[in-house]
Design a protein around this ligand. Structure first.
Ligand code: 5CA
Length: 437
């Protein structure tokens, strides 16, 4: 992509409405534009990252055996009356009426909708287990939308729902998602600690929140100090094997959110306990028959008896992750994208756009990189070198290739690694080899 043609509305000054660094940088880097409180448009650069994050989430869901569907954003109120949550959900739910005065709502989550789909189709224990996910916009009329996409009113969530015959099967489904979440966040270069959590309006008695420690996090969390030195790896697992040992391994060290942490009963001595702030990027729930029983989602069991489905639900804040990634990856100059989610792999800077030789060398490298399948953002604008460096650092692509008249005369190109800041002069032709996948 040529920057001269790209829609990238960069902002030089810090926007006064943004209180945390990720919100500031997303606005400054032209990734999002606010529409109204807690509701955003995603601009080209932001959308690229959102899609990258979404794709990693999708790949790990697919790997775990979950199947993708797409449910609507607008749901009929009747379903929520069946489960008993229509009144309970309160003002966070956006309630609307269609032209026939039918009560509808903009979905804040999809337990009821998916239960309706499964109860209509699944009749026998032989049809189980099933695990369905979708990646869809949600609306919650939050009291205090803030911090940009971190606490939005409209936000993108991956949510999935598992259906099993019995509690043992349901725990296996829970464990699958637990492992899938460890892998998902690790692939993004994030350390998301699974913490025992309260279940809130979703219900149930087993729940984990996946929390990234960050000063700007909205949650108060507590964990064993040893978590600080524990790396969570994207280990490859056989999802059909017994996952209980993996689950136990990653829940052995204490970690809990404020709602369930109790000083009196905490197993970690005060000196070993870390009190911190966290960003909740995902949550898993096991709630048994909370929805299936009132909604009549039953199957015929092995002995012909009627059994209500055992269910769990699992959410990942896809749009929130974009903000969380920036909270975890930035410096004074701007964003530093981990390669797995970067909007482009490299930035190519022409230091002197008016110089025919520089332009020809840049155009040539740009064409070759693209042919090699490397995603490159090419700053071909007629701007000062300082402005170009600042823009490239702000948007945080993993590597920068810089071509100027002096280097060109010596047959070299400068290669800057955004995260470490290291610079290296490379022969022109080897720059291509470095990035071709
Ligand atoms: N039905 C369950 C799981 S599918 C559910 O709704 N879970 S949740 O409420 O915990 O939301 C899942 C994830 O969505 C959260 O972990 C969080 O990362 C993200 N999320 C929740 N509310 C917001 C919000 N207002 N803005 C951005 N992301 C949010």
């Amino acid at each position: 992509m040529r920057l001269s043609q790209y829609f990238l509305p960069l902002i030089r000054e810090n926007p006064s409405e943004a209180q945390i660094v990720s919100h500031r940088l997303m606005l400054r880097a032209g990734m999002i534009r606010q529409s109204s409180a807690g509701i955003y448009s995603w601009l080209p650069l932001g959308l690229r990252v959102l899609k990258r994050v979404e794709q990693i989430v999708r790949e790990e869901q697919d790997r775990s055996g979950a199947q993708e569907i797409l449910m609507p954003t607008i749901q009929p109120a009747e379903l929520w009356k069946e489960s008993g949550r229509y009144e309970d959900y309160g003002k966070e739910m956006l309630r609307i009426r269609d032209r026939h005065e039918r009560e509808m709502l903009y979905g804040p989550t999809n337990e009821e909708q998916v239960t309706e789909i499964v109860r209509a189709a699944v009749r026998s224990y032989r049809d189980l287990p099933k695990n369905l996910y979708h990646i869809q916009w949600k609306f919650r009329d939050e009291v205090r939308p803030r911090f940009g996409v971190m606490r939005g009113r409209e936000f993108l969530m991956k949510d999935n729902y598992s259906f099993d015959l019995d509690a043992k099967g349901a725990k296996h489904s829970y464990n699958k998602m637990f492992v899938a979440y460890l892998r998902t966040f690790a692939r993004m270069g994030l350390k998301a600690i699974p913490m025992r959590a309260d279940t809130g309006p979703i219900g149930g008695d087993l729940s984990h929140e996946f929390q990234i420690l960050a000063e700007t996090g909205e949650s108060q969390v507590y964990c064993d100090r040893r978590w600080l030195d524990t790396e969570i790896l994207a280990e490859s697992v056989d999802y059909d094997s017994d996952l209980e040992p993996v689950f136990r391994q990653w829940t052995a060290l204490y970690a809990a959110t404020e709602e369930i942490h109790r000083l009196e009963s905490c197993p970690v001595p005060p000196g070993e306990l870390v009190t911190a702030r966290g960003i909740e990027v995902g949550q898993t729930f096991y709630f048994g028959t909370k929805y299936s029983a009132p909604m009549g989602a039953v199957v015929a069991g092995p002995n012909g008896e009627e059994v209500a489905l055992e269910m769990g639900s699992y959410g990942i804040g896809v749009s929130r992750l974009v903000g969380a990634l920036i909270e975890a990856n930035h410096d004074d100059a701007g964003i530093i994208w981990p390669q797995s989610v970067a909007p482009f792999r490299v930035g190519l800077i022409n230091l002197r756009a008016a110089d025919a030789k520089c332009a020809a060398a840049c155009d040539d490298l740009y064409a070759k990189l693209r042919t090699a399948g490397v995603e490159v953002l090419y700053d071909d604008r007629d701007e000062s070198p300082g402005a170009k460096f600042a823009a490239m650092d702000l948007i945080g692509l993993p590597d920068q290739l810089i071509i100027g008249p002096r280097g060109l005369a010596a047959g070299t190109i400068e290669c800057k690694h955004r995260r470490s800041g290291t610079r290296q002069d490379l022969p022109l032709d080897s720059a291509l080899a470095q990035f071709a996948p």
